[in-house]
Design a binder for this molecule. Structure first.
Ligand SMILES: [Fe+2]
Ligand SMILES: [Fe+2]
Length: 304
C-alpha cells in the first residue's frame, strides 16, 4: 500500500503554497528549461522584439534550427515554396508557435521517455493533445468571455496535466497508489490524490510551471483546471481549459458505441464561456479533424 497513506490530510486546511513546500524536495532534480527556451522567454514579451531576434536565438541551436525548418516545410503549413532560412521560417510559423515548439521539445527531451511505460505515455499524450486542440478551438469560440490567445490555449491544454507525468516519473509509488485506488473505486484520480496524498498533480505541475517560467495563462491552467472557481479573475480563462479537458474525457475516451452524456458540459460551456450547445457539438466534430494536424506539430517537437 502507498507509503503516503499516513500523510492523509484535510486539504481544506492547506493552501497550495504550503502543499508545494512539502513536495519540493521530492522533485529536487527537476530539470531547468533548455537555454534556447530561456532566451526566447526573456525577449518575447518585449514589444520591440521581432521575428529576426527570435531567429538569431534559434540559429545558435543547430537541432532547433533543423526542427524549425522542418516544421515550416511540413504539409501542416502547405507552402508552395521551400523555406530555407530560419528568419523566413520564424515568420511563417509565428513567434508564439516557435516558442511552443521549443517548449515542447524541452518537455519531450526531459519527460518523454516512452520506453519506461509506453501504455501510460500513449494515453497521457493522447489526452493532452485532445485537450490542447479543444482549448484552441474554444479560445476562438469563447472569445467574448475569455481572452486566451489561441497558441497559448493550445500550450495550456497540452501541458495542463504535466503534474501527472511528473508524478509518474519522479514519485512513481504515489502514482501507482493513486491509479490503483482510482481504478478499484472508479473515482477520478484527482479526488484520490486529495484523499491519499498531501499534494495533487496540479500542485506538482504548478511547481514545474514556476521553474520553467511558463506564461501565466499556462501556469493558471495547470494549477486550477480541476478547480476553476479558485482561479479568481482568471476563472473564465481556466474554464476554457477545464472544459476542453472534460470534453477530451467524455466525448473521446468513452467507448464509441456509448453515447456520452454531455449535459453538464453544455451547461458549463454556456455559463462560463457563453458557448452554446450547438457550438460545443461543432467543436467536437472539428476536434476530430484538427487532432491529426496537431499531431504533426507535436511529433515534430518529439523527433530528434
Ligand atoms: Fe488534471
Ligand atoms: Fe486532464
Amino acid at each position: 500500500m502507498n507509503t503516503n497513506t499516513k500523510n492523509t490530510v484535510n486539504q481544506e486546511t492547506k493552501q497550495p503554497l504550503d502543499r508545494l513546500s512539502g513536495i519540493i524536495d521530492r522533485v529536487s532534480n527537476l530539470p531547468t528549461p533548455p537555454l534556447v527556451y530561456q532566451q526566447i522567454n526573456k525577449v518575447i514579451n518585449d514589444p520591440r522584439t521581432s521575428a529576426f531576434d527570435i531567429a538569431a536565438i534559434i540559429t545558435e541551436d543547430a537541432a532547433m534550427s533543423a526542427k524549425v525548418l522542418k516544421l515550416s516545410n511540413s504539409a501542416y503549413y502547405g507552402l508552395p515554396k521551400q523555406v530555407t532560412s530560419i528568419k523566413k521560417a520564424v515568420i511563417v510559423l509565428g513567434v508564439e508557435a516557435v516558442r511552443s515548439l521549443v517548449l515542447y521539445t524541452g518537455v519531450f527531451k526531459f519527460f518523454g521517455d516512452e520506453k519506461l511505460d509506453p501504455m501510460f505515455h500513449q494515453e497521457y499524450w493522447r489526452h493532452s493533445l485532445l485537450t490542447a486542440v479543444g482549448s484552441k478551438l474554444f479560445a476562438c469560440k469563447g472569445a467574448g468571455m475569455c481572452n486566451v490567445e489561441t497558441e497559448q490555449a493550445f500550450s495550456a491544454g497540452l501541458l495542463h496535466d504535466i503534474g501527472r507525468l511528473l508524478m509518474h516519473i519522479y514519485i512513481p509509488e504515489d502514482f501507482a497508489a493513486v491509479t490503483k485506488l482510482s481504478e478499484e473505486k472508479q473515482i477520478d484520480p484527482f479526488e484520490v490524490e486529495n484523499q491519499l496524498l498531501d499534494y495533487n498533480h496540479c500542485d506538482l505541475g504548478s511547481l514545474f510551471a514556476q521553474r520553467w517560467k511558463l506564461p501565466d495563462v499556462i501556469g493558471h491552467a495547470i494549477q486550477y483546471h480541476h478547480t476553476p472557481a479558485e482561479a479568481g479573475e482568471e476563472w473564465n480563462n481556466v474554464s476554457l481549459i477545464s472544459l476542453a479537458d472534460k470534453i477530451a474525457v467524455s466525448a473521446f475516451d468513452v467507448d464509441e458505441e456509448e453515447d456520452a452524456d454531455l449535459t453538464d458540459i453544455f451547461e458549463e460551456a454556456e455559463n462560463n464561456l457563453g458557448v452554446s450547445a450547438y457550438d460545443v457539438r461543432q467543436t467536437i466534430a472539428q476536434l476530430r479533424e484538427e487532432y491529426s494536424k496537431a499531431e504533426t506539430f507535436v511529433r515534430m517537437a518529439k523527433d530528434n
